[in-house]
Design a binder for this molecule. Structure first.
Ligand SMILES: Nc1ncnc2c1ncn2[C@@H]1O[C@H](COP(=O)(O)OP(=O)(O)OP(=O)(O)O)[C@@H](O)[C@H]1O
Length: 317
């Protein structure tokens, strides 16, 4: 388990991470989501003891990283797939890592097999594609067979096949009971990978809830209505206490109604004698909702309330 409590990091006048508190549980994939510059990498680096915090703490199974005995057997991380020596082979790279960290050499073949690199184990890693480098990074993270794994933007720049493979690999690791924290700036990606989301914007917590709960709240749907007599329909809805918003012009002119069943809107139109040219439920764009949520400074003010509402609704337990 990873526990982050009141974690804060300041670089001069910039507050990169601002009083973050969250827990990452074993057995599921937890997505660490936020736009570029939100503070995800800085938080992960503090969890891994690569960066000191200005205040607060990050604990791995109750201890700071620096206090862990043989840390690679407890925590594995993939922060940057490009740090490998370009002329060293994948096997030599892993053997070097095993030797310098006092890990059994037999693990090298095991992890190469796990990530599907056995057939290219003797090839220079500098000639690897980004997807292969990511696999080698995963192999390195798994060398000590750790129970806790952190991956920073692991699918960035990968092709669809590579993304699919990494996604399933993360899920597999979690299903083995490991604690898996994966960062991304794409909600659509995390929605397909993570069971739980910790969402941050400008270093502050925006949401800490199940992925299903977050996507449901973020992508609120509405009913779209087109008619040659939109003003009459708006008036009839208003008389029934239902607010509508006019959108578009000419043939695209429509009313949007949120929070009212489609049948009720159809009935009101029928009773008012208004012909309809369209009556449809539209899904909100998840990515758009996420961008609005993380970009709006008003929302930052509500972050603690949102987090409190989430935990009091029992989503995390
Ligand atoms: N070493 C540093 N010195 C000064 N500012 C830094 C440093 N590292 C990060 N920052 C700043 O802290 C903020 C958070 O950066 P961070 O890299 O943690 O965000 P991120 O969510 O991981 O974004 P990205 O996906 O773009 O990497 C940014 O404003 C960044 O410019």
């Amino acid at each position: 388990m990873i526990e982050v409590v009141g974690l804060t990091k300041k670089y001069g006048s910039t507050t990169a991470v601002d009083d973050l508190t969250f827990t990452v549980r074993p057995g599921i994939v937890t997505g660490f989501l936020g736009p570029n510059g939100a503070g995800k990498s800085t938080t992960m680096r503090m969890i891994l003891g690569l960066e000191t915090s200005s205040s607060g703490r990050a604990l791995i199974d109750g201890k700071p990283y620096a206090a862990l005995e043989r840390p690679l057997t407890q925590v594995g991380a993939l922060l940057d797939a490009n740090w490998i020596h370009p002329s060293r082979s994948a096997k030599a790279h892993l053997k070097f890592l095993a030797a310098t960290n006092n890990l059994p050499t037999a693990r090298v073949a095991t992890v190469l097999d796990l990530v599907g690199l056995s057939s290219v184990a003797n090839k220079a890693a500098g000639k690897f594609s980004l997807g292969m480098k990511q696999r080698l990074g995963l192999a390195s993270a798994l060398l000590g067979d750790p129970k806790i794994l952190l991956f920073d933007e692991p699918v960035n720049g990968l092709d669809p096949e590579g993304i699919f493979w990494i996604r399933n690999f993360m899920k597999q690791l979690a299903s083995e009971g490991r604690t898996v924290l994966v960062s991304s700036h794409l909600l659509s990606e995390m929605a397909q990978t993570a069971d739980h989301l910790v969402v941050i914007g400008q270093g502050r917590l925006i949401a800490d809830c199940s992925t299903a709960d977050f996507t449901e709240r973020s992508s609120q749907s509405f009913v779209r209505v087109r008619s040659p007599r939109l003003p009459d329909l708006a008036a009839a809805l208003q008389a029934a206490g239902i607010a509508s918003t006019a959108t578009g012009n000419g043939p695209d002119a429509a009313l949007q109604v949120t929070g009212t069943p489609i049948e009720q809107i159809g009935d009101i139109a029928g009773r008012a004698g208004v012909f309809l040219h369209e009556l449809s439920v539209q899904g909100g764009s998840l990515e758009q909702a996420f961008i609005e949520l993380t970009a709006s400074s008003v929302q930052y003010g509500d972050a603690s309330k949102a987090a409190a509402a989430t935990s009091s609704s029992g989503v995390r337990s």
